[in-house]
Design a protein around this ligand. Sequence first.
Ligand SMILES: [Mg+2]
Length: 293
Amino acid sequence: MLQSKKTILIVDDTESNIDMLLAILKEYDTVVATSGEDALMILKEEVIDLVLLDIVMPGIDGFEVCRRMKKNSEWQKIPVVFITAKSDEDTIEEAYAIGGIDYVTKPFKPRELRARVKTHLEFQSMVQHLDFIASYDMLTGILNRRKFFTLSQELFDTHENVCAVMIDIDRFKHINDSFGHHSGDITLKSISQSIAQNLPNKAIFGRLGGEEFAILITNIEEATVMKLIEKVRKAVEESEIILNDTTHVHCTISSGVAMKESMTKTLDMLLQKADNAMYEAKEKGRNRSIFRA
Ligand SMILES: [Mg+2]
């Protein structure tokens, strides 16, 4: 995977330390924070690949910054390397216990520090790459089943107003049988794009398997979601799928929409409700959306 230049956040309240670290790490993009408060603010605004974190600072100290990072789903995977003059075992043990990946003591040894940073960044790239492979459907580029369920479960657990949509491509088997599996793949890609382009940013959209897709949206009214799904249905119906130079086809989708209510205790129950509605849409003649309260 191609990597752009990595960005390191240096957090230290002592200016001379910052100057030294900047000199040692000049091959990287660097951002500097002089307090824990500063560091947390920068994390909110910038994409950081690794944090070099001083432990002893007035205000929010390095340990507390690290604890907060590890509780935040966006920050918890950023490697934290502690930098400090302290080298007693209690401090070192604590640094690892709260989620630090490494520990370097002052005064800095430039070559050793560079080697450690390089190793952690390489490891981090690998983790990111594996995370990408584990989260996205390689054919369509949208979320895969596993990631869809992970993200959906988080939303289901934290929101009252949750809407699920199950989508199935109509007569997909016919495409595969008539034009071959390569044409089936093109169709899956094209339709998932048509759907994705019409969804709001907050929607979670994944391929559950085969020609089956699902959407989860929070804080949306029944009327709004039905309008949205109708727009999606039309977009798919109208888009021309180019299978090869001479074969262009149109496909349709059937959708089932369901809202979480007091009886919907689990995510599975909500998706099942949407799935039942989707089958009803199929039975009623396909190319339509059915709402199940
Ligand atoms: Mg300090």
